[in-house]
Design a protein around this ligand. Sequence first.
Ligand SMILES: [Zn+2]
Length: 253
Amino acid sequence: MKAELQKLIALQNLDTNIRKLETQQQATPERRAEIEREFDQRAFEIRALESRRDEAKHTRARLENEVVEQRGRAERAERNLMSSKKQEEYTAAIREADSARKQISALETQILEQLEQLEQAEAALKERADEIASLNSDREARLKAFDEESETIGERLANARKERDEVFANLPKQLSGLYTRIKTRIRDGVAVAEARNRSCSACFMSLRPQVMAEIRRGEEVITCDNCGRILYYVPTDSLQADAAAPQPNVAVT
Ligand SMILES: [Zn+2]
């Protein structure tokens, strides 16, 4: 029976590992999409900065053209002022020159605002220059590494399933049947639990000394009265303990 209990523990470890790998595999598309979203977000931010910079440049150029026009208008008004012979002409020229100067002043304020926008955008782009230079290659490298890791998970899963099938096939029918019944019934799929500190390590139910002694002997299959899992004992002071020690019998996270 001791050898068979070892096989049950090995089977449980393989099943726990398979569950863990399956969870990882199921999360693969979402994790890949997360990487893509992260890079899309960064590219989006960079494009926004670039268009802010370009827009500020264009707006500034347009405003400067308008200043040139307004200067021409002011000069014409000055000339009209000099050559005006009538009071109305004089007044009109003064008003025209005044209006042009006001326009120029307003345009210059707007030019300064655009210059500030331009400098901010350029500074932000300069700060992210290294990131911008390698964004596409970084994205490719991250996705490639992720795909390779995912492939490894697939291979490990296939190996674990194959090994599991072998261990399962080598168990006496009665035990493999019991194992499957418990595993199917229990939500976390853990059918084998260690008896530790005189209690079941899966459901924490206390075990009577007599039951504990039977588990220690390991001559027959003992199940927990409360949760129904197959119980086994690992001698803490034994060197073999490490080899037999299974992964924690708790739900896979
Ligand atoms: Zn239990």
